[in-house]
Design a protein around this ligand. Structure first.
Ligand code: FES
Length: 105
């Protein structure tokens, strides 16, 4: 996967069709939507519904830490350890590669 210009982290979505590079800044959700990948949501990205949860396949250390609220929403919705809310997490470390996957891709 090529490194993006301007220090933007390497982020890709692992879909059944292969890895989709997610360019740009913002939350993982922002970047998925900009790449044309749907992201489940019933709270419009406010961190309340838990539907945007994704598995982090690689590079969890590069993501912003989960807030207590995010942890609570993930637990309440029964998501496995290591899942993150795409609407809440951002890539902070541009040196690390991050790969995420949603069940419905
Ligand atoms: S879109 Fe609802 S928690 Fe992320």
């Amino acid at each position: 996967m090529p490194r993006e210009a301007g220090g933007v982290a390497l982020l890709s979505a692992c879909t059944r069709a292969g890895d989709v590079p997610l360019a740009g800044r913002g939350t993982v959700m922002d970047r998925c939507l900009a790449a044309g990948l749907p992201v489940a949501s019933s709270c419009s990205g406010r961190g309340a519904c838990g539907r945007c949860a994704m598995a982090v396949l690689e590079g969890a250390a590069a993501l912003s830490p989960a807030s207590l609220r995010e942890q609570r929403v993930l637990r309440r919705n029964g998501h496995p350890e290591g899942a993150r809310l795409a609407c809440r997490c951002r890539v902070l470390d541009p040196a690390l590669r991050v790969r995420v996957r949603a069940d419905y891709w």
